[in-house]
Every structure is written in C-alpha cells, then in structure tokens.
Design a protein around this ligand. Structure first.
Ligand SMILES: [Fe+2]
Ligand SMILES: [Fe+2]
Length: 361
C-alpha cells in the first residue's frame, strides 16, 4: 500500500491539541518512537583486572570502612558502563569489594538479592549471613538472599576481595522502585548457627515434614521458593565441570556450562532475577544472540569474546559485559578457560519474553 504523503496527513485540530495538552494525554503515534530510549543502548565493554586492582588498592588506602557515609557502608569499586550512571547494566550490578585485616563491613539487610564470588579470600574471611559464618575461600560463591542480615568480617591478616553481584539497577532504575533497607543495631549480627548449617539443610536429606522454604521474614513473606543462604564451594563446582567435560559434548554457545541452581528447587534460576553459571571453555564457541544481558567474570585463563565486530580480550579476573541482542562468541586462548556467566535471563523468562537465536560468526 502506498505511504500517505506526510504533507497531506490529517492533523489534529488546535482545539483537540489544546485539550490533550491540558489533560496530560498524548496520541500513541507521537509517543511510540520515544519508547525504549530511557537508557542509551548498553555497550560491550571490559574492565581489566589491573585497572580494577589499582583502583581498589587506592580506595582501600584512602578510606577505612568506618569512615564511609551511613547507608550501605561497603567499600566497593563499581564498573560503570557508558550510558549508565551507576552500574555495568540496567539490570545487574557488579562491584569489587575489599575488607582490610581486622575490618568489618557492618550488618545490614535489603530487598535486593546479592551474592559474593570470592577473588582473594581465606577461611578467616567470613561473610555472615542469616546467623552463620560462611568462610570465603577463593572462587566460592555465596548467596545473600533478600532480607537476610549480612556482614563481612575479616579475621585474617590479608585484605580480602570479592565480586558482589546484585539486582539493584533492575529494582531501583528499571523498575523505578525502592530497595527496602535496614541497618542492624549491632555492627556484627549474632552468630546463631553452626558453620555448615545452611548448606546441610538443602542437600539430599531435608527436614522431614517441613516445606524447607527458607522462611524469609518481613516484607517478603509469601515468596514460595526463596533462595536460601548457601555456599557453593569451588572444589565441588570445578569437579562437576571436569566430569561434565570428560563425559559430554559442550554446549555450542556456552561451552561446558554448569548452572548454580537454587538449592531449594534444584533448578535455575539461583535468584528470581539473576542466573549464574560456571563455564569451562576448551574451544571456540559458536555465535548466538539473545535479548538478555550477560556479564562475565574470568575465573581462570585468557581468551577473547567477539561481540558484534568488537573484540574483548580478557585475562584472569577481568569483568566484561555482552549487551542484549548482540551476536557474540567466546574463544579461549589456550586449552582451557573458566568464566562465571551472569545473566538477567530469568526476568525475561518470567514474562515469557526470552528470545535467542544462532548468529553468523
Ligand atoms: Fe548488602
Ligand atoms: Fe550468550
């Protein structure tokens, strides 16, 4: 059908226009093009560990935790994507946090889901979650579910550092909502559980006759399958990856890819808003694209990720982001690299919006 000449298009009368303006109404054809432009498009980008380390060392030297302004009281260097004001993406926030020997990051709780992935820790570096001290050893992944008290206590003689991952930008910016937040009256919450308690209750034996749903108190009552406080020890995760690789073919797009499942359900996603995988790459993957965002942390090895004509060269502990809808594939430099893959895919799946397709290399 021939397009109507814009010059000949019927215009609203001045009376209708005035009426619409006075009543804060607009016709759809004048607003539809503005939809989807609240943010600039997310860009593929990488933060090199050398730069991150230099920054956090300086920040640690300048700013003891107790000097931080009231509120979150966490000493964190936060990668900011071009076009974003406060995070690597509009759904997922990552940051590198440090706690010096003898320091405590004081106890608080909030509505945002959080997890820690230990970069440099020890058994004397503890994140205390829901009454239990979880040792933070290298490459351990520890959940901090919604509305659970958590503080970070460094009883070792080395600075500890880890990756924080939260769904803050999804809640605060994309949904324009609030992150319900409360500081504990004590700097350190009372330790009320024995070490290993939370992990032990979500294994192959579970409390008989209980729903074992975690029982999150406060404003989040009614959540049916909350994520429990839980520590995924690296030794076990690495073994699952190795066994997978010994006995199976890799996923064409993600290599040998093991999901951190919600221990309550035994299934993805770990959090309602974010999924996590350990991905062992032994060869170049095929290209694909999807409407979910992916953020990667390099656990081991080096390689490149090609994103829509851009090449991100990564090395251990670098952080990089793959924007929605951009074709991408990974290429490890040597025989093996391991990535922590993080995605907001569960948000898309919850609304039946997730889409993925193969792409040309
Ligand atoms: Fe927190
Ligand atoms: Fe992907």
């Amino acid at each position: 059908m021939a397009q109507q000449d814009p010059e000949e298009r019927i215009e609203l009368t001045s009376e209708t226009r005035r009426l619409l303006e006075e009543t804060d109404l607009r016709p759809l054809w004048e607003v539809e093009d503005t939809m989807g432009h609240v943010y600039d498009d997310l860009e593929a980008d990488i933060w090199k560990w050398g730069d991150i380390k230099q920054a956090i060392d300086h920040v640690e030297r300048d700013m003891p935790i107790e000097e931080l302004p009231p509120g979150f009281q966490r000493r964190v260097a936060v990668p900011i994507n071009t076009g974003m004001q406060n995070a690597i993406s509009n759904t997922i926030y990552v940051g590198v946090q440090t706690v010096s020997p003898g320091e405590t990051a004081p106890s608080h709780r909030h509505g945002a889901n959080a997890l820690r992935f230990t970069i440099d820790g020890s058994e004397d570096m503890k994140t205390v979650v829901a009454g239990e001290e979880f040792p933070m050893e290298n490459n351990d992944l520890i959940t901090t579910p919604q509305w659970e008290w958590h503080d970070h206590v460094n009883d070792s003689d080395e600075t500890a550092m880890w990756l924080d991952v939260l769904d803050l930008p999804l809640i605060l910016d994309s949904l324009n909502s609030t992150n319900v937040f409360e500081n504990h009256e004590l700097e350190r919450q009372p330790v009320t559980k024995t070490q290993g308690y939370w992990d032990s209750q979500y294994g192959h034996a579970r409390p008989a006759g209980e729903s074992n749903d975690g029982g999150i108190p406060g404003p989040f009552e009614g959540i049916r399958e909350p994520t429990p406080p839980y520590r995924f020890g690296w030794t076990e995760i690495l073994e699952t990856l190795r066994q997978r690789a010994e006995n199976n073919n890799p996923d064409p797009y993600d290599g040998y890819s093991m999901a951190y499942v919600n221990p309550t359900t035994g299934q993805e996603p770990l959090f309602p808003t974010m999924s996590f995988r350990a991905q062992l790459l032994t060869e170049a993957t095929e290209a694909h694209f999807h409407n979910a965002t992916e953020v990667f942390f390099v656990i081991e090895g080096k390689g490149t990720t090609h994103v829509d004509g851009e090449t991100l060269e990564w090395d251990q502990w670098d952080i990089f982001v793959v924007p929605p809808d951009k074709p991408h594939h990974h290429d490890p430099e040597n025989d093996e690299a391991i990535l922590l893959g993080m995605t907001d895919r569960p948000v898309f799946e919850a609304f039946n919006f997730y889409a993925e397709s193969a792409a040309d290399q």
